[in-house]
Design a protein. Structure first.
Length: 395
């Protein structure tokens, strides 16, 4: 069976769903293909910190009612080092801006609800298996439905929002992309626990034993991370060891934040890497989000960066279809990559400043601590961190 649409969107993560809703509101037809089930994507726990601009965009699209009601607004974060917390006051440093803690899976649920109400088609359990005619007048996406039958969509354009392991980036011919990547010699061991948050705001900890991050998802669910060696096995971290190590890195028994333990609902290890594929367009295929770039999670930028991509892309499609102006499509990659590399810079800086590296000489350790002290004590340095963390203006 063959069908037609103006934009075929591969992937029902925050980027693909946001793009579909923006296009619908602009009067542009699209269809979303997702390889997983609706239940899977709505319950997949990922990022949880939304930039100020991301919140404003979701609310302006009509997908922010629950976000406004249930999201946890944070006016700052704490950098913990030298055995003390040093607060970075976002609202003071950025003229009132803040971030909101609201899980990625909740964003996905809200977007799917909005799209379903609008009648925008989303095909779940429908993996894209081949892209064709990327340089032609119309592109094709072949996919397999939940029953195993194959279908083909003919579209004006394809938006590849299918993540790092999706098929869209791999559909670009060899040699057409330049890949830049950097791996870190550690990962994040993360847990989701049924316990009250350690703090009302996030705490980023630089400790002699390694990095720790205190976050939350609700007043009763906490999200916690520990730096661990790259390639570490989960079996090496039974629950008791995690809680003990967290208390050590927070100095909980020496006046630091107290930790209330609880049942661990989820546990996993996230590798730390930076990745960028350039350009983010090939013919009629546009890459967005993790299909084009990965950032270390230290700066809380992954989902925000993906949504920033598709905001640029939606405006470019609108100008193309209604004003016969394709300049936005032509400049899409360059426009997005400026933000991508700024975000890589910030995330890399946060990662290097907060983590312990194997072979750190005493000199390097002293420099790292001096950097933290400068950021915490200098208003211009604190302002730089705050401006980047709450989110730079959209392009």
């Amino acid at each position: 069976m063959k069908s037609r649409t103006q934009v075929a969107i591969v992937g029902a993560g925050p980027a693909g769903l946001t793009l579909a809703l923006l296009l619908h509101q602009a009067g542009i037809e699209s269809i979303v293909l997702e390889s997983r089930s609706r239940s899977y994507v709505e319950n997949r726990v990922r990022a949880g910190v939304l930039e100020h601009g991301t919140v404003e965009l979701l609310c302006s699209m009509g997908a922010g009612e629950r976000l406004r009601r249930e999201g946890l607004k944070h006016g700052g974060i704490a950098l913990r080092f030298d055995g003390k917390d040093h607060r970075i006051d976002f609202e003071d440093l950025t003229s009132g801006k803040s971030v909101t803690v609201y899980g990625q899976q909740e964003v996905v649920k809200d977007l799917i609800t909005a799209l379903s109400s609008a009648g925008v088609p989303i095909a779940f359990e429908a993996p894209a298996i081949a892209l064709g005619d990327l340089d032609g007048e119309h592109v094709t996406v072949r996919y397999r439905d939940a029953g195993g039958a194959e279908h083909t969509i003919e579209a004006g354009y394809i938006a590849g929002c299918d993540g790092f392991h999706g098929i869209c980036r791999d559909a670009i011919p060899p040699g057409a992309l330049t890949v830049y990547e950097h791996g870190y010699p550690f990962g994040w061991l993360g847990i989701l626990a049924q316990s009250p948050p350690v703090s009302e705001e996030l705490i980023y900890t630089n400790h002699e034993r390694g990095f720790a991050l205190v976050s939350m998802r609700s007043p009763t669910i906490t999200r916690l991370y520990l730096q661990c060696p790259a390639g570490e096995e989960l079996a090496a971290w039974p629950d008791d060891r995690f809680w003990t190590e967290l208390r050590l890195r927070l100095d909980s028994d020496c006046g630091g934040p107290d930790v209330v333990t609880g049942p661990i609902l989820q546990k996993g290890i996230t590798p730390m890497r930076g990745f960028v594929a350039e350009p983010m367009r090939h013919g009629r295929l546009f890459l967005a989000g993790d299909a084009a770039h990965i950032v270390p999670p230290t700066g809380a930028k992954g989902m925000n960066l993906a949504i920033a991509d598709v905001r640029v892309l939606a405006r470019a499609f609108e100008a193309h279809y209604f004003k016969n102006d394709s300049s936005g499509l032509d400049s899409y990659s360059d426009t997005c990559l400026r933000r991508v590399w700024n975000t890589q810079r910030f995330s890399s800086w946060m990662t290097r400043m907060l983590h312990r590296f194997d072979g750190h000489a005493p000199f390097e350790r002293r420099v790292q601590l001096a950097e933290l002290r400068y950021v915490a004590s200098s208003r211009p340095a604190s302002q730089t961190l705050a401006e980047n963390y709450v989110g730079l203006p959209f392009a």
